[in-house]
Design a protein around this ligand. Structure first.
Ligand SMILES: [Zn+2]
Length: 413
């Protein structure tokens, strides 16, 4: 086993922009880019059974490192995440930083910004409602069920990500919130750099200790909010380190997205792949590709499917709406996904979803709902994957901008 198992080749570029089409080679297979990576938070994509994975053209899966850390030993013993997921595809895990910090911010509470070494008792008194606090050492956090604080460090993130065994793992970073000050973002960025260095050292050590295992690529994660100089600093500093690729992170506001990606990607080494974390709206994907991002992930296509939202080229529809009650067309006419190629109509899937159509047992209601969610999930994920595939083709044909303008006009108008 050696490092040559992971590499990235660029096959075509968008003239006058940073975008490219290429292939990421990993020990568990290739990812043709630009690519949408499906989200399997707990190692499986909700309502996407393994037999459908290839049917919808999926190439790779990203899982939540934090949630899987609790079962990392089991995953290791089963042969790693690719096998454990039953998708047998290239896999990615995130560092867990986002989840740890969301114990503070995600619950409507603030992440403690204090860098000082507050004594535990004092911390408890001052931060009764805060469940996470960030220090240079790492993040102290409490879960609702745990009475005591736990320390989450960059080294720990590397340890469990190595056990989980995804092909691409992410360095531990500090995600800031949209409301954070410039001053705080500077501090957080420095910390993210220091944590990146610590991750790299730990990763290199673990790699040397386990040469028998397939090589795992470590991506550095860039933060810096919407500040140009901070984003550029992150790109220069992390770009100079020996990461295998880069993750672009942050709570992106739409108006800043293209600038942020441009600032980072024109500085980062061109030869390394870049993953945009957490965005999959079609206009965001186009902006991401144009500005040099290679892979994307987001829970939206699967989460929205569970709420009855169906993607179509003419804009999204909600199948729960009454207008689809007698609609005998497929989810989207001409779509080649497994659902639309089957005989299921909008009317039928709506009935399954809404528990209509006569008296049913509770088991039957559950089974029908599950089926409806599987049918819509396959369609939505296929829809986004197909979009990235068509973008890839448009780059090869030197027609990216024409394709973008035509596609977005139809979808958003
Ligand atoms: Zn379809």
């Amino acid at each position: 086993m050696n490092q040559n198992q992971f590499n990235f080749e660029i096959n075509a570029k968008i003239p006058g922009a940073l975008g490219r089409a290429g292939v990421i080679h990993t020990p568990h297979g290739d990812i043709q880019t630009p690519a949408f990576v499906v989200v399997g938070t707990y190692s499986k994509v909700r309502f996407l059974p393994p037999h459908q994975f290839n049917n919808i053209g999926a190439q790779a899966m990203i899982s939540n490192g934090f949630h899987l850390s609790r079962i990392s030993k089991d995953i290791e013993q089963s042969g790693g995440l690719s096998k454990y997921s039953e998708y047998n595809c290239p896999t990615i895990t995130d560092s867990g930083g986002f989840q740890v910090m969301s114990f503070g911010s995600g619950l409507g509470k603030v992440v403690s910004m204090d860098k000082r070494n507050i004594a535990r008792e004092q911390f408890k008194a001052e931060n009764k409602n805060r469940l996470a606090r960030v220090t240079d050492e790492g993040v102290y956090f409490k879960t609702n069920e745990a009475a005591t604080e736990k320390l989450f460090t960059p080294e720990y993130s590397m340890e469990f990500q190595h056990k989980i065994g995804a092909d691409i793992i992410m360095a531990f970073d500090e995600l800031t919130n949209i409301g954070d000050s410039r001053e705080y973002n500077e501090k957080a960025l420095n910390r993210t750099y220091e944590w990146g260095v610590r991750c790299l050292l730990k990763h290199q050590k673990l790699t040397r200790e386990h040469v028998e295992k397939p090589y795992q690529a470590l991506f550095g994660v860039l933060q810096g909010a919407h500040y140009q100089d901070l984003r550029e600093k992150a790109a220069r500093d992390l770009g100079a380190l020996n990461f295998d690729g880069y993750g672009l992170g942050g709570a992106f506001e739409k108006e800043h997205l293209s600038n942020i990606l441009f600032w980072c990607n024109r500085i980062l080494p061109e030869s390394k792949p870049r993953h945009l974390l957490g965005l999959s709206k079609p206009d965001d994907i186009f902006v991401g590709v144009e500005n040099g991002c290679d892979t994307f992930d987001c829970v939206a296509p699967t989460r929205e499917a569970r709420h009855g939202k169906v993607y179509t080229l003419d804009g999204d529809i909600n199948l729960r709406n009454a207008e689809f009650r007698d609609d005998s067309s497929p989810l989207f006419e001409g779509c080649q996904c497994p659902t639309c190629k089957s005989s299921y109509t909008r009317e039928e899937i709506r009935k399954l979803l809404k528990n209509e159509g006569g008296l049913k047992t509770s088991e039957q209601i559950m089974a029908d709902k599950k089926l409806a969610m599987e049918l819509i999930t396959a369609h939505n994920v296929y829809f986004i994957i197909k979009l990235t595939h068509q973008i890839r083709q448009s780059i090869f044909k030197k027609k990216f901008f024409d394709f973008r303008d035509e596609w977005l006009k139809r979808y958003y108008e």
